[in-house]
Design a binder for this molecule. Structure first.
Ligand SMILES: O=C(O)CCCC[C@@H]1SC[C@@H]2NC(=O)N[C@@H]21
Length: 260
């Protein structure tokens, strides 16, 4: 692990290390992050005390499979939260969870968010760097709101502190790095993606409900049917056709109704 008191972005640091020939398999963790990077070019605001961690890996899998590592991260966070939150409040990412049953306060949101009580608790963003030998280094950046969540976002966000949980970023990181090892082993260089996605689906928010997906301004509406074996979100449109979505911002609920 490379730990920093203050850094611009743990993901930027990991990407630079990959470009400089770092073999990967290493976590970059910061107490303070001053230029956090979110998905789709957004800023990730980091309050000191929150967890900012990026894992750099160079997987033996083709780039399309490597892109599914975000699901590995989501499931691993679910397993980690199950170990740090009070017993029985999380069922995400666990084998045999057989779907959320209303008792879990935590759920996974496609593509790469983790929600608690319906608000964003964790953000995950992957960045790929092509190496000289043709392989891709993947920086898996994970931000967990431990002590505070930003209040000026266009969606609700929360923190462990708001949930009444007093665990430190160090506690969560230790649980996460252990859980990552387990779920990455399950992923098995992409061969086990079916098992990972099974766990992910069982923990997913909003399956079967109305959804609207914003793809850079183009809105796809319908019913969130499932996640397919490539990790794409499948929307059933009004005319019963299926639309497979690879990227976008998901909104749930009545305002996302297929008929609105
Ligand atoms: O937009 C998102 O939801 C993803 C946010 C990812 C934030 C994490 S914090 C650790 C790592 N370093 C960064 O600069 N970004 C990721």
């Amino acid at each position: 692990m490379r730990a920093f008191d203050s850094i611009g972005s743990t993901t930027a640091e990991a990407v630079a290390a990959a470009a400089a020939g770092d073999a990967g398999g290493i976590w970059f963790v910061a107490t303070e992050q001053t230029a956090g990077r979110g998905r789709r070019g957004r800023v990730w605001v980091h309050t000191p005390g929150n967890l900012a961690a990026t894992l750099l890996i160079v997987p033996d899998a083709d780039p399309a499979l490597a892109a599914t590592l975000g699901f590995v991260a989501g499931v691993a966070i679910g397993v980690a939260l199950d170990r740090v939150l009070p017993a029985g409040t999380v069922k995400v990412g666990l084998d045999g969870a057989e779907g959320l049953d209303g008792r879990s306060r935590v759920a996974l949101k496609w593509p790469n968010d983790v929600l608690a009580d319906g608000a964003k608790l964790v953000g995950i963003a992957l960045e790929a760097t092509k190496l000289g030998d043709g392989r891709h280094a993947i920086a898996i950046g994970i931000g967990v709101n431990i002590v505070a969540a930003p209040t000026d976002l266009p969606y609700p966000a929360t923190s462990l502190a708001e949930l009444g949980v007093t665990r430190s970023a160090q506690d969560v990181f230790e649980a996460l790095s252990d859980a990552w090892v387990e779920i990455f082993r399950l992923w098995d260089d992409g061969r086990g993606i079916g098992d990972v996605l099974k766990r992910w689906r069982e923990s997913a928010a909003g399956i079967g409900a109305p959804v609207a997906v914003n793809q850079d301004g183009a809105i796809v509406r319908g019913i969130f049917e499932t996640i397919d074996d490539a990790g794409r979100l499948i929307v059933r449109a009004n005319d019963d056709s299926r639309i497979a979505i690879t990227a976008g911002d998901v909104h749930f609920g009545a305002t996302a109704s297929a008929r609105s």
